[in-house]
Each structure stands twice: as C-alpha cells, then as structure tokens.
Design a binder for this molecule. Structure first.
Ligand SMILES: *Cc1c(COP(=O)(O)O)cnc(C)c1O
Length: 459
C-alpha cells in the first residue's frame, strides 16, 4: 500500500455505541430549540459528532483495564506515580502536577508567571489559554507567521513563529515584560498546523538570549511530531516518540490537555523543570484543583492517561489517526469545498468566507455553516471565527479574526473511514446548495467564551 494512502483502522471494535438517525424536520426543530448554536444540542440528536477531538477518543482495552486499577487514596495514589514516570519518560519534564484538564494547568501557570501589564507572545491564541493570560492581567501577542492567516495557502509548517515579530515585541516592551512565550504543538486555531523543530530551535535560541521562558501548550505534541517526521527534512527515520522528546526538551514547562493526544475523556497536567516553580504550583493546585497527587482527577483517570500517553506515540496509531483526517480533507477538496491547506492533524477546517461569500462577517458565516451542516446530515462541527474570537477586553468591540472557519474535528479511534466518507458527501451537498444559506444575528451573548452559550436567530 502507498505510504500516503489511508490505511484500514489498526484496531478492531469490541464495544459499540448506537447512533440515532433523525429526519430533517426533527433536526430543524432541534437546532431552533438550541438557539442556532450546536453547543446547545443534545448529543443524542447528533449523527456524526465532529464538534471536537477533545475528550471524545475511544479508549483501548488496556486503558479500560487500567481504570480497574484506580487507587482512589486521597494522597499518594499509585496511579499518580505511574503518570509521573510516564510523563518523565515520554516528555522529559522533571515535575508533574495533575489538573482536571488543560485549562486547570493554564490557570496555575498564568497565575504564577504573569504580572499585570506584561505580554505573552504565542504562535496564535487558543481560547482558554488566552483567557487565563488575560485574567492574570497579561496581553496576548500573536507572533505566528503571516502564512498561518491565509487559509488557501499550502505551507508545511503554518504553526511556525515569525522570529522578527518576536524580536520586535522584545524591542518594544522589553524582555522583562515577557514572562514567557507560549508555544502550541499543534496550533489549534490555525487549523491544527504544526511547528517545525528548526523553527522551535530558533525560538529557543532567541528566548535564551533574553532570559525568557517557553511554556509549551502540548495538547497535540505527538500529532505535531508525526508531521515533523513526514515533512521536515532530516526526521523521516526518527520515531515519533523521539521527536516528541526533542520538542519538549526545547521548552521550560508545559500545560497538557490529556483529552487530545493522550486518548482520555478527562485529565491534564502542568509539567515543569524548575523546582521552585513546581513548589509554588503544588501549593496553588491544592486551592484550585485538588491535592498535588491527584489535582482534580480520580486515580483511575490518571492511570488511563498514563497508558494513553504511551499509546499516543505508537507509529501505527498516529499515522492512521492523521491519515483519516487527511482523507476527509482530500474528499472535500475533490468535491470543491474550500478548506484550510494543508489539512491539519486533528480536523479539517472549512473556509467559511470562501464558502459563503454572500455573507458579511457580522452575519456570522462560520456559525451559519455549522447550522447548515447539522440540518443537512446531523453533522456537528464548530465555529472558529468571529463568535469564537470574542470581544476586545479594552474596547468591548468584536474582534474580527482574519479567518472564518468551521472545524470538523475527528475524535480518535471513534469513527470508521466509511463514516468519514459519508460526512464528506454531506458537506459537499451543503456546498452545492450554499446560495440558500442565510446569516444569523446574535440574540444572547455571554460575557466569557461566548461561543459556548451564545444564541442566534436566522436573518
Ligand atoms: C484543548 C486545548 C486546551 C485546553 O485544554 P482543556 O483540557 O480543554 O481544558 C489548551 N490548548 C489547546 C491547544 C487545546 O487544544
């Protein structure tokens, strides 16, 4: 078989979940009741759920067996020690603080390192990451390369940092006002795009010259490492596991959402190399998450995450995972649907601006497209445009992102390749009837992370 072809799933299915098939009339009623926001739908009313790859993975029999080995002691659970040894072995960080999920770790790192008035550069923002930086009084600064903001431009490492942007920021605000650079592997909001090791090494060099830390947002580090293995010269013979270690070694600490790469339904951690910082972190975690040997997770969940981390760097797993996503991308492209190129690692991002050129950004084109996909075939996808971008914290105005995207994120090991094929056909049908899609107006807007709970009406 050709190396670039999609392979059959490298697992077989032991336990199944039934899917409900609904009629178009039912779906129209459900989405109206949901305030035209797919976050408000009941998952039972969704046929193919591509809302997110977060916490939606299917666990392996080894992980389920691990759940039965949960040590639910309040302090010193054996599962914590297992998790700690796996994090050290696979990621190389010295200290691990479990948290209930990634944002728990983001809260703690932001609270420890960010002082009001400081700047946190990053290779594009992520919703919860930026929210915690701002809550701590910091200002996010986007230092990703310009190519990342051009959806139709195929460029292999769109997650790369523009070093000149970082140099300019350092010159403008001073290194002392930059507590750390936030580096995401991969960049979720750019379409699941990887950063290259060559670029990360340069970021490390520059930050080291100025005594600035790098905090690694490592939710999809194995997926990023696979892309390096496939597309960065010099890495094709390196195992994904070795590339993961190399990435982590260039950073000073990390926040991890175990709900992505690590194949669990809940969990996360903060990883650090510095002892003093670790001691401060375990003091804070007691206040916000739980004792430092469970941090908001059950023992069984720590066990499943430890095992999931070992599975995440398995070559067969990671290759099948990403090839399935690329297969969806290829089918959509063949059907003429405008998507972000190259296809990212955890989902396909449809370019809603190109899909619905008749809608202005204030008619919420990406949100409108999520509604059309649901009505057509019961597909749940996610808006990644002006609704997700929120408002400027100083002016209160909408932030107008350069891209209006709809993400079809693929849960790991959940859907068969036939499901993926069907999803592409549904999206292509929506594309063929795109002129009938109208915009929306927002009728209820929550203060924080509005995309989760906002409500709309059709125009
Ligand atoms: C999911 C995610 C987070 C937040 O993690 P949660 O587990 O959802 O709290 C942070 N950064 C990135 C890039 C993510 O994808």
């Amino acid at each position: 078989m050709d190396d670039n072809e999609m392979t059959a799933e490298p697992y077989k299915i032991k336990m199944i979940e039934h899917l409900k098939v609904t009629s178009r009339e039912e779906r129209e009623q459900f989405i109206r009741e949901a305030g035209y926001n797919v976050f408000n739908l009941r998952s039972d009313d969704v046929y193919l759920d591509f809302l997110t790859d977060s916490g939606t993975s299917a666990m392996s029999e080894q992980q389920w067996a691990g759940m039965m080995l949960g040590d639910e002691s309040y302090a010193g659970s054996r599962n914590f020690y297992h998790l700690e040894s796996v994090v050290k072995e696979y990621y190389g960080y010295n200290y691990v603080v479990p948290t209930h999920q990634g944002r728990g770790a983001e809260h703690i790192i932001a609270r420890m390192l960010i002082r009001p008035g400081t700047y946190i550069p990053g290779n594009m923002y992520f919703t919860t990451t930026r929210a915690h930086q701002e809550l701590a009084g910091g200002t996010f600064a986007d230092i990703i390369i310009d190519e990342a903001h051009q959806p139709s431009l195929s460029y292999p490492f769109k997650g790369n940092v523009d070093l000149q942007k970082l140099r300019d920021l350092i010159a403008r605000v001073g290194a002392a006002n930059i507590p750390y650079v936030s580096i995401a592997t991969t960049v979720n909001m750019a379409g699941g795009q990887p950063i290259s090791l060559g670029n990360l090494k340069q970021v490390r060099e520059l930050t080291q010259q100025h005594g600035i830390k790098i905090i690694h947002d490592m939710a999809r580090v194995a997926e990023n490492a696979y892309m390096i293995q496939q597309y960065e010269p010099g890495y094709s013979d390196k195992p994904v596991a070795a590339i993961v270690r190399e990435i982590c070694a260039l950073t000073d600490g990390a926040t991890m959402s175990g709900k992505k790469d690590a194949l669990v339904n809940i969990g996360g951690f903060l990883a650090l190399n510095d002892l003093a910082l670790y001691e401060e972190a375990i003091n804070l975690v007691v206040l916000y998450e739980g004792l430092h040997t469970y941090g908001g997770m059950a023992g069984r969940d720590m066990e499943a995450m430890a095992i999931g981390i070992t599975e995440s760097v398995n070559e067969k797993h990671i290759s099948a995972r990403i090839k399935q996503v690329q297969y969806l991308g290829k089918k959509l492209l063949d059907g003429g649907v405008p998507i972000v190129l190259p296809v990212g690692t955890h989902g396909v991002y449809i370019d809603a601006t190109a899909f619905l050129p008749h809608l202005s950004q204030l008619e919420f084109p990406a949100q409108a497209l999520t509604i059309a996909l649901y009505k057509e075939g019961g597909i749940r996808s996610m808006e990644r445009g002006i609704v997700s971008a929120g408002r400027d914290q100083n002016t209160g105005e909408h932030i107008f992102p350069k891209m209006e995207l709809v993400r079809m994120a693929i849960p790991r090991r959940v859907y068969t390749n036939l499901h993926i094929s069907l999803a592409a056909e549904i999206a292509i049908k929506v594309y063929e009837n795109r002129n009938n899609i109208s915009g929306l107006k927002m009728v209820y807007e929550p203060k924080y992370l509005r995309f989760f709970q906002a409500r709309f009406e059709p125009l």
